[in-house]
Design a protein around this ligand. Structure first.
Ligand code: V0V
Ligand code: CO
Length: 146
C-alpha cells in the first residue's frame, strides 16, 4: 500500500543556490542533507508537511557527485527540473513485489539505502508513462510509518 507522496526529486547543478531559491522564494528550510555515494548524489531534504500516516512529504534537491550517475546523465540531457516522484509505503518490499507482478520493471532486486536511512527502489520510467517513480519506506517506524 502506498500511503503518501514521500518526496519529489529535483535535479540541480548547484545545491546551495537551489536551496537558497527554495528558502528565499517559499520559506522552506533544509531538514536534512547527506551524500549518497551509491546513488551519486548530494541532496537536501526540505520538509513540506507531515502526513496522516505518521510520515511526511519533502522536496529532495539533488546535485550529482559524478557525471556518470543517474542524475548527472539526466542533467546533461535535460537540464534542471523534476527528476522523479517517490511514494511512501510501510512495506517497500511488498509494494515492489506487487508492482513487479503487474509487469512494471522494478530496477533493484532488493531495496537499497536512501535518504535518512530509508529503504528505496525505483520503477522504470518507460513503464510508468515517462515518470521515474521511487518507492520509500522511512527508517524510523515511530517517526514515519506505523
Ligand atoms: C531517464 N529517462 C527518464 C529519466 N531518466 N525518463 C523520465 N525521468 C527520468 N528521471 C529516460 C531517458 O530519457 C531515456 O528515454 C530512457 O529513460 C533511458 O535513459 P538513459 O538516459 O539511457 O539512462 P539509463 O537507462 O542509463 O538510466 C535510466 C534509469 C536510471 C531510470 C534506469 O536513471 C536509474 O537507474 N535511476 C534510478 C536511480 C536514481 O535515479 N538515483 C538518483 C536519485 P529515451 O531517450 O530512450 O526515450 S537517488 C534518490 O532519489 C535517493 C537517494 C532517495 O530518494 O533517497
Ligand atoms: Co528520491
Amino acid at each position: 500500500m502506498l500511503t503518501r507522496i514521500d518526496h519529489i526529486g529535483i535535479a540541480c547543478f548547484d545545491l546551495e543556490r537551489t536551496v537558497e531559491f527554495y528558502r528565499a522564494t517559499y520559506g522552506f528550510e533544509v531538514f536534512h542533507t547527506e551524500v549518497n555515494e551509491e546513488q551519486g548524489v548530494r541532496e537536501a531534504m526540505l520538509k513540506i508537511n507531515e502526513t496522516s500516516d505518521g510520515g511526511a512529504s519533502y522536496l529532495q534537491l539533488l546535485e550529482p557527485t559524478r557525471e556518470d550517475s543517474a542524475v548527472g546523465k539526466w542533467l546533461a540531457k535535460n537540464g534542471e527540473g523534476v527528476h522523479h516522484i517517490a511514494f511512501g509505503t510501510p512495506d517497500v518490499d511488498g509494494a515492489a513485489d506487487g508492482i513487479r507482478g503487474k509487469g512494471v520493471r522494478v530496477l533493484y532486486d532488493r531495496p537499497r539505502t536512501g535518504s535518512m536511512g530509508s529503504r528505496i527502489t525505483f520503477l522504470h520510467p518507460k513503464d510508468c508513462h515517462g515518470v521515474l517513480t521511487e518507492l520509500v519506506t522511512s527508517a524510523s517506524p515511530s517517526s514515519a510509518e506505523h
